[in-house]
Design a protein around this ligand. Structure first.
Ligand code: SF4
Length: 344
């Protein structure tokens, strides 16, 4: 089987070229072609000798995901469906929010965690994405916007990134490397339901990315109902790991709180939330629930959302309201791939 060079860290690529009898610096040349110039075959690599290019064609390849569909939303965001080499489909979203150009990435095919409010969770889990498949989402989208630079990344697409830790961190090394995509760690947001040991590992391993934690409830009963993973990792365990990450990485964490009518949007919830996180360097993103076909949940009224925010602000918690972009294009993760699977 050919070695996919996409998604290899600089050290891994160096080892590979050395195993072909080449000098280590060849890896930097190859990375420049792949990430700065978007090369997807070896013939264009004109500063590499023809015999080495021929050897690379024999033993290696670059990339391997295909764009299946692009759907544009009136707000400018574009939803992508990519077909992987084994036929599975994943989704990414390109979001224009000047001056930022953000790509929302998937980390798994499906997701094993089954959150009540999520289309991906309903479809079940298939497999982890490789680091190549994670990085290739960015490269494919980059080709569509040659005049723009992708400034930010969020791991908020399909899957739980911290359950795919090795491939996530390998991809992060490529993404942040000067020889890779050169996107700074502080412009990358990893969204997690909260896997405590992996949150600690991310800080200990020196990844200075931002962490967004899907909290979504203030009691273990409600959170377990919405997010079954809470049975394993309670709110207390989650907040302890969040505090560790914030202090160790010297980065504020963001608590994502999807507001669902009659479920987690009461005055008591808002006060409890303020108390739970008051000692953690953090802010809160309030996200009115984005209705999904077949899921019997509703967003609260704007008045209730603003009341919730006011209580947090009055308790000295930084809180913003965020509306999902791309509602018209099934932007909630898992909706487009679900539709494509039904169609194909
Ligand atoms: S919200 Fe995230 S963690 Fe929960 S089921 Fe969906 S993809 Fe998985």
């Amino acid at each position: 089987m050919k070695k996919n060079l996409l998604g290899l860290t600089r050290e891994e690529l160096e080892q590979f070229v050395v195993s072909l009898g080449q000098k280590p610096f060849r890896s930097r040349q190859i990375m420049k072609w792949i990430y700065a110039k978007g090369a997807s075959d070896f013939d264009v690599m004109t500063d590499i000798s023809v015999p080495l290019r021929d050897k690379l064609k024999e033993v290696a390849c670059i990339g391997g995901i295909d764009t299946l569909e692009r759907i544009s939303s009136p707000d400018g965001s574009v939803k992508y469906a990519f077909r992987l080499s084994d036929g599975n489909i994943i989704e990414s979203v390109l979001i224009f929010d000047a001056p930022r150009v953000t790509v929302c990435l998937s980390s798994q095919v499906g997701c094993p965690l089954g959150c009540l409010f999520c289309a991906t969770g309903r479809a079940g889990f298939v497999r982890n994405l490789t680091s190549a498949e994670i990085v290739d989402q960015i490269i494919q989208i980059k080709k569509d916007i040659p005049e723009k630079r992708i400034t930010n990344l969020v791991f908020m697409g399909m899957g739980e990134p911290l359950l795919n830790y090795d491939n996530l961190t390998r991809a992060l090394q490529v993404i942040t490397s000067d020889f890779g995509l050169s996107i700074g760690a502080r412009h990358i947001n990893v969204s997690t339901v909260g896997i405590p040991d992996r949150m600690r590992a991310l800080a200990d391993d020196g990844f200075r990315v931002k962490l967004a934690i899907s909290l979504n409830a203030t009691t273990n009963g409600t959170r377990s109902h919405l997010m079954p993973i809470n049975e394993k990792y309670s709110i207390e365990k989650l907040l302890s790991a969040a505090s560790y990450f914030a202090h160790r990485s010297k980065r504020w964490v963001t608590f994502e709180y999807v507001l669902i009518k009659g479920m987690n949007d009461s005055i008591e919830d808002a006060s409890r939330l303020a108390g739970l996180i008051e000692d953690i360097p953090s802010k809160v993103n309030l996200i009115p629930y984005n209705p999904i076909e077949g899921i019997d949940l509703c967003p609260p009224s704007l008045g209730v959302v603003e009341r919730f925010q006011r209580i947090l602000l009055d308790n000295h918690i930084t809180a913003t309201i965020r509306f999902s972009k791309g509602t018209a294009i099934s932007a909630a993760c898992g909706q487009l791939s679900g539709r494509l699977k039904k169609r194909n």
